[in-house]
Design a protein around this ligand. Structure first.
Ligand code: APR
Length: 253
């Protein structure tokens, strides 16, 4: 017996009939892989820090070694995790529909789950660049434990400036090309799934509005209600790793 609620037939029909599916994902997508969500209290080493306060240009200016160490901890953590059934379902869905993932996550679990079209709105944990001259830094980084002693970021090969994570911090602009590709993916789909995001952080949180204005059905997959919930065609209060295989399976005959 399972306690997971059933998915309404109307939603299963939307999923099975959609030829172009766009999936906007947030931290809840990777929660069941063991990656802590952003607004969860942090555990262990980082319990005394607020994640949303570490992911800022101000935190970097104040203490680059602290911020670097936090990213090295996350880098290490994500390398130990595996895509969950939700990531794999999105990858598998590509055999029967055109599926585009627009993610706020900086992990690589969508790619490892088999998705081939992934737009990273907030950058990647695995890309680094110089904080001074912006030159990409492609050398291996040391993410080995322990992570409790702040470690200095590496120096840029070109200008010796401190190397920073290639992610978008609060208050920073989103990279142009993934943003534009994401807008197109939302405009051009038959179904928008919004999975595991608090729908609080703009501009990503504004993407569903584009679909809504075009009359494109929006289905939210989130264990909790969000500010988007009332705008959706349907809301599934089911964890991503349970809901997505059931939605995608409709395509597998
Ligand atoms: N399945 C579905 N939804 C889940 C699950 C799950 N297993 N677990 C948690 N959730 C939901 C929560 O209810 C919450 O709404 O995922 C959401 C996670 O919210 P956040 O931690 O705020 O993550 P997100 O919305 O992705 O944050 C957006 O803000 O901090 C910045 O740049 C960072 O990309 C991040 C952005």
């Amino acid at each position: 017996m399972t306690n997971t609620p059933a998915i309404p037939t109307s939603v299963l029909t939307l999923a099975s009939e959609a030829q172009r599916v766009t999936v906007l994902t947030g931290a809840g997508m990777s929660a069941e892989s063991g990656v802590p969500t952003f607004r969860d209290a942090q555990t262990g080493l980082w319990a005394r820090y607020d994640a949303t306060a570490l992911a800022t240009p101000e935190a970097w200016e104040r203490d680059p070694a602290l911020v670097w160490s936090w990213y090295m901890w996350r880098h290490h953590l994500v390398r130990q995790t595996e895509p969950n059934a939700g990531h794999k379902a999105l990858g598998g869905w590509e055999t029967t529909a055109s599926v585009t993932v627009v993610t706020q996550n900086i992990d690589d679990l969508h790619e490892r789950g088999g998705s081939s079209r992934v737009h990273h709105l907030h950058g990647s944990l695995f890309a680094f660049r110089c904080s001074r001259c912006s030159r990409p830094y492609t050398q291996p980084v040391d993410d080995t434990p322990p992570h409790d002693t702040p470690r200095k970021p590496p120096a840029c090969d070109e200008c010796a400036g401190p190397v920073r994570p290639g992610v978008v911090w609060f208050g920073e602009m989103l990279p142009n090309s993934p943003w534009e590709a994401s807008v197109r993916a939302v405009q051009d789909c038959d179904l928008l799934l919004v999975v595991g995001t608090s729908s609080l952080v703009y501009p990503a949180a504004g993407l569903p509005r584009i679909a809504q204005d075009r009359g494109i059905p929006i289905v939210e997959v989130n264990t909790e209600e969000t500010p988007l919930s009332t705008q959706c065609t349907a809301c599934l209060r089911i964890p991503a790793a349970s809901a997505l295989p059931r939605l995608a399976d409709m395509h597998v005959t």
